[in-house]
Design a protein around this ligand. Sequence first.
Ligand code: 13P
Length: 280
Amino acid sequence: MWFKQKTAEGNWQANGYLLAGGHHKYKKIEGIMANRKYIVGNWKMNGLRAQLSNIADIAAIAANHEGVDVGICPPVTLIAAAAQANPGFAIGAQDCHFAESGAHTGCVSAAMLKEAGAGYSIIGHSERRADQQEGDSEVKAKGEALRAAGMGAILCVGETEEERDAGQAIEIVTVQLARSFPAGASADWLTIAYEPVWAIGTGRVPDASDVAEMHAEIRKKLGELMGQGSEAVRILYGGSMNGSNAAELLAVPNVDGGLVGGASLTAAKFGPIIEAAAAA
Ligand code: 13P
């Protein structure tokens, strides 16, 4: 039973969840309102023009699964061509600079990505935190730059294996989230991705109970950071998600989708993950 009412701030709320606009809708599962599943492919440094047809194939599968939000973040060189060839399909970027413009050789601003056809960008991926020494304050500024440009952000957090072994995973991830959290966050434009560093590209996936525990902690921290509306922020799991383990991962409470690397490069691998999300 849906119970819809207007809050003191004039926003619509249903069953305690703030109703966001645009693509962000809710479906009701066994009496609990769940966020729409969101499956995003991160192509990392993979893909030449010859692989553009893979994006078209993936977009075609996505069009057959209207209950799931699907996107692909190709390398920056393919954003414009991918967006032009697949109107209506959510093309994103893998990173952006926090400044609007200026003397930053080799960097790309949010406005440039938007003009090329990206609607959102990943920020704070652990590969950039490690390889480019990006810190939390820089990641936070990137999120705010995306918001100012009217784009979405997928903010990544995750612990290393050493940190997990030392029993520090929850502390590390929640502190990382708080420190990289952009001002003015709302579910309309912000998504979180929990990506344990040791699960990325390794074929290793945490136990469902560990994923559930971490996503619940992230949900709690979102409540502290933003209060009302935090339930509608989608929290993706990332790290060796594939067609065989997606159904189990996507069934975990507070797992609202996946950020997928290797298994997003072809429709043959990515399609089953989209299907698992549609069935979840
Ligand atoms: P894999 O799916 O290849 O492990 O990569 C996950 C990831 O880093 C997505 O951003």
